[in-house]
Design a protein around this ligand. Structure first.
Ligand code: Z5A
Length: 211
């Protein structure tokens, strides 16, 4: 039986890394063998692309280049990690997937969704998550959290608030269009509450096995 693909999405500082750590602990406790991946990245080729695409030195990167690099990393991840894991019946938890391209390059940068869909088919063959957990919170809240981490901003994080407002709107529009796949979580709540909801959604997908 094919495994399941779960993706985590959200704007800057929404708490994806925090949630991922909590879910990981939950799965480990249940003795579940989960494959973890992240985008852009998750393979040696993908991690090299991540370094390139997020490097603030490349301020002049064209929108099309950014889009193609995201999908180049994704194509590699799908071929090298996701397809083999799913075919072997394993479950995969991926920190971002194709929805991020529709939100950031589509909503944020203004690329036509139809153009993105062409690349999606090429890179993923139409592979879609079984469940997408969207961490939603106001842009200013997420940015304040991210700035508290004290690390330096990458090439996308330096964008202005209106960019991230469009990203958020694009995510919510996608969630509204596919309510059966998305679970929108109010990420402004304490991390343990967000984790409880996320666990319930994932366990629901497992038919209650991972309780
Ligand atoms: N990108 C793209 O443009 N197109 C694509 O197709 C793809 C990606 C795949 C890298 O993503 C960038 O790539 C990203 C989108 C773009 N650019 N941006 N901006 P990333 O996922 O690696 O990085 P990120 O989006 O910048 O995530 P992040 O800023 O690292 O945030 P996070 O993982 O969602 O948050 P966190 O580190 O878990 O939490 C941030 C802080 O808040 C931290 O101090 C936590 O302790 C705290 N926190 C977390 N949750 C809570 C709660 N619930 N309450 C209070 N405090 C909390």
């Amino acid at each position: 039986m094919r495994g399941r693909l779960i993706s985590l999405e959200g704007g800057e500082g929404a708490g994806k890394s925090t949630l991922l750590a909590g879910l990981r602990e939950h799965f480990d406790r249940g003795g579940l063998d989960i494959v973890y991946a992240r985008e852009p990245g998750g393979t040696p080729v993908g991690e090299a692309i991540r370094t390139l695409v997020l490097d603030p030195a490349h301020r002049g990167m064209a929108v099309e280049t950014e889009l193609l690099l995201m999908f180049a990393a994704r194509a590699q991840l799908v071929r090298e990690v996701l397809r083999p894991a799913l075919a072997a019946g394993r479950w995969v938890l991926c920190d971002r997937f194709t929805d991020a391209s529709y939100a950031y390059q589509g909503g944020g940068r203004g690329v036509e969704p139809a153009r993105i869909a062409e690349l999606e088919y090429l890179a993923t063959g139409g592979l879609t998550p079984d469940l997408t957990l969207l961490l939603d919170l106001p842009v200013a809240h997420g940015r304040a959290r991210a700035s508290q981490r004290g690390d330096s901003s990458d090439r996308i994080e330096v964008e202005r608030d209106d960019f991230f407002e469009r990203v958020r709107a694009a995510y919510l529009a996608r969630a509204g269009a596919e309510p059966e796949r998305f679970r929108v979580l109010d990420a402004s709540r304490p991390a343990d509450e967000v984790l409880l909801d996320a666990r319930a959604a994932v366990d629901g997908l497992r038919g209650g096995v991972a309780t």
